[in-house]
Design a protein around this ligand. Structure first.
Ligand code: KG4
Ligand code: ZN
Length: 358
């Protein structure tokens, strides 16, 4: 089955054509990030206007690259939420129009659930813990699985019994982990998006434990739930910066970036490990832009090894961690539930809970 997926929930205009949920026939991602870098964050109005320009060329390019014609497609899939409403509308209304014109079934997709399907795409190498003990040819997650979706807008822990039965275990009560990186990077004048900037700055810090001057909290790390809270980190950082400035102590941006990264990743790793330990699962799936963080990968692998949890860890290649349409089409293949195009609506506040089926 060949599915053309469309993703426009944030600033990307992405179109991909995927065969049988795993094989990439084409993958186009146009981004307006350069326009948003000037303002230090996404301006929804500008993102949507750019998406209006890119969407038709991106669809044409995806068809050309795959050497397919619309008649060769079996179905369309589109992110219907959550996301920026103006952006979602561009993708959703375009997909509905094409479904009507091309007479194709169309599947609305929840962006958060879709992120996890970056781990099902066959073309990119799947990294797994050296201790997993599962043969390398087994390159597809085995259910039940724990999924962590950690992006600019979301931090959600999910138990996937199988494709159609998923249960939300917990999530952030305020800022998402990526949002925390973005806001902290702004405080440190590191630019936008903040996650890659913090990671790059932190990587230049040479750790001398005794010299660590800035200690940030690890919010909710020991709480008996699967929830997160990251908004306090940026406030803590702000007050530490002010304190250092008042004492006329030179701010070591490398050290601070390192500590922010440690604080966020410590909490993520601890809660994920707890979810894995409390549920009998066969795989761990990470997804979303923050998963591109090398330190998170490193710590997650170390933690699994330390606790002798021998399940494979799936982490998409960085370009599949951030928003693209491959995972939208893949998610539609594995959850093929077409809806009459007239019934599909963009929903900016769609929750992961809405795909729970048990
Ligand atoms: O999944 P994504 O592309 O979009 C959303 O659905 O939100 O995630 C974007 C987020 C941004 O907050 C960005 O700062 C963060 O992912 N991010 C990273 C890294 N690369 C992107 N965070 C930490 N380390 C990275 N290397
Ligand atoms: Zn996303």
């Amino acid at each position: 089955m060949i599915i053309l997926g469309i993703e426009t929930s944030c600033d990307e205009t992405a179109v991909a054509i995927i065969e049988n949920g795993r094989k990439i026939l084409s993958n186009i991602v146009a981004s307006s990030i350069e326009l948003h870098q000037k303002t230090g964050g996404i301006i929804p109005e500008i993102a949507a206007r750019e998406q209006l320009k890119y969407i038709v060329p991106a669809i044409k390019e995806a068809l050309e690259k795959s050497r397919l014609k619309p008649k060769d497609l079996d179905a369309l899939a589109v992110t219907s939420g959550p996301g920026l409403i103006g952006s979602l509308l561009i993708g959703v209304e375009t997909a509905k129009t094409l479904a009507y014109l091309w007479k194709k079934p169309i599947v609305p997709i929840n962006h958060l659930q879709a992120h996890l399907y970056a781990n099902f795409i066959r073309e990119h190498p799947v990294s797994s813990s050296p201790l997993c003990g599962i043969p390398t040819e087994c390159q597809c997650p085995v259910f039940p699985a724990i999924g962590l979706v950690v992006s600019g807008g979301h931090t959600d822990l999910i138990l996937m019994k199988n494709h159609s039965q998923i249960k939300w275990l917990g999530g952030t009560r305020d800022d998402a982990a990526g949002e925390c990186f973005d806001k902290c990077a702004r405080l440190l004048n590191l630019g936008y998006p903040g996650g890659p900037a913090i990671a790059a700055t932190a990587a230049k810090y040479i750790v001398h434990k005794t010299e660590n001057k800035v200690k940030l909290p690890r919010p909710m790390i020991n709480d008996d739930n699967f929830d997160f809270s990251f908004s306090g980190l940026k406030t803590a950082l702000l007050s530490r910066i002010k304190e250092l400035e008042n004492k006329k102590v030179k701010i070591n941006t490398y050290e601070i970036a390192y500590e922010i990264q440690e604080a966020v990743t410590d909490v993520l790793v601890k809660k994920v490990l707890k979810a894995v330990s409390q549920n009998q699962v066969n795989s761990l799936l990470l997804a979303g832009g923050v998963t591109a963080n090398p330190r998170l990968k490193e710590k997650m692998k170390e933690a699994l090894e330390k606790q002798q949890i021998k399940i494979p860890l799936f982490i998409p290649e960085p370009k599949f961690c951030t928003d693209n349409a491959t995972f939208v089409a893949s998610c539609a293949f594995f959850n093929f539930e077409p809806v009459p195009w007239q019934k599909i609506q963009a929903d900016s506040s769609l929750e992961i809970e809405e795909v729970i089926k048990f």
